[in-house]
Ligand binder design. Structure first.
Ligand code: 5GP
Ligand code: MN
Length: 329
């Protein structure tokens, strides 16, 4: 993060002013949106609705089918939205850098005021107003504080949006980011009628048949190096095409190498198009995988990070396992 961030209370004040003073907002999340990105998008939309503002919700690919039930009749636009560049303000959620917006960038003029709400430690502080809390478990946790600060009334729906971001970014309240604050917030939100077990079942347990087929193929590529401390699986472009898999279907595959006993870093290589490999990095804790991802122009968190490497699958495996392996050499 560039410079020294303002104290959280001052950041919250500035964010409240940004939302209250503007109108006609574009609310945008990162490419391949996850649960935190979608629920934060929906929560900011609801905040703006309550404030009587006009707004458009967007990310490059819209709302993944998995989260359709959460949005109800709300629309999250995708790449097909016609640019009119009339938005007077932009709010980004869960985006560590401006490029993570992908094609959404074509809707934003360079001088449009932008509020950057995020919890990634690698956030570069882009935009005009920052609401950055790297110690927050999820962007949704920051939105909880923002909603409190704005003095908005909680109801089941708004509580469900915030809870979903907490649930998904903590892996079901299990990862190391599951702090007392997360549990206290989740507890309070459940009190508003959030269907906790239904959300966990739909978002964490349920698998599509494609996911299981990909798992079947992915596991056949399981490889190790550095005395079993590094493990990875890869999925080729032809596997993805044959199974008509989406990035959603590939989401949890990286947990298999990571969860093996003795493995300190687990990697997933996805050849998303010929010559372009998306890499997911997961650490058991000792290795900072955000630093490894950063070497390839990516980023993320200490234990969960990502990057894209141009070239063949074999090239990406060689480059990334080489850099990750330096942790032990
Ligand atoms: P995943 O492996 O699930 O795609 O991403 C894991 C984490 O790394 C997420 O927090 C995500 O936001 C971050 N991440 C993934 N890919 C990139 C990337 O290309 N650039 C940056 N800055 N962060 C990424
Ligand atoms: Mn997040």
């Amino acid at each position: 993060m560039s410079g020294r961030p303002l104290p959280l209370a001052d950041q919250l004040d500035a964010a409240c002013r940004f939302l209250r003073e503007g109108d006609d907002f574009l609310v945008a999340a990162h490419v391949n949106p996850d649960g935190d990105a979608i629920s934060s998008t929906l929560a900011v939309g609801e905040i703006l609705r309550r404030l009587g503002k006009r707004y458009t919700l967007i990310n490059e690919t819209g709302n993944p089918p998995k989260f359709a039930f959460l949005a109800g009749d709300r629309v999250i636009e995708d790449d097909s939205l016609q640019p009119n560049l009339a938005f007077s303000r932009v709010v980004t959620v869960d985006c560590a850098d401006y490029d993570r917006l992908g094609s959404v960038r074509r809707h934003i003029l360079p001088d449009t005021p932008l509020l950057n709400i995020d919890h990634h430690p690698t956030n570069d502080g882009f935009g005009t107003v920052a609401l950055l809390q790297p110690e927050a478990a999820a962007t949704a946790q920051i939105l909880y504080s923002l909603i409190q600060k704005l003095g908005l009334e909680w109801d089941k729906e708004l509580a469900t949006f915030v809870y979903t971001g907490l649930l998904t970014d903590t892996g079901g309240f299990r990862y190391a980011n599951t702090t007392p604050e997360v549990m206290a917030t989740a507890s309070e939100l459940l009190g508003w009628g959030v269907p906790g077990s239904e959300l966990a079942e739909r978002l964490l347990e349920r698998l599509t048949l494609k996911q299981v087929r990909l798992l079947q193929r992915g596991l056949s590529s399981l490889s190790f190096s550095h005395g079993g401390r590094l493990a990875w699986v890869s999925v080729s472009h032809s596997d993805i095409q044959e199974l008509e898999a989406t990035s959603d279907d590939l989401e949890n595959l990286v947990n298999y190498p990571r969860n093996i006993e003795g493995v300190e870093v687990g990697l997933l290589f996805k050849e998303i198009k010929p010559g372009s490999v998306k890499v997911s990095l997961r650490s058991a804790g000792t290795v900072n995988v955000a630093e490894v991802a950063r070497l390839f122009g990516g980023g993320g968190h200490v234990r969960a990070a990502g990057c894209t490497v141009e070239g063949s699958l074999e090239h990406a495996v060689e480059r990334v396992t080489g850099e990750a392996g330096k942790a032990w050499s």
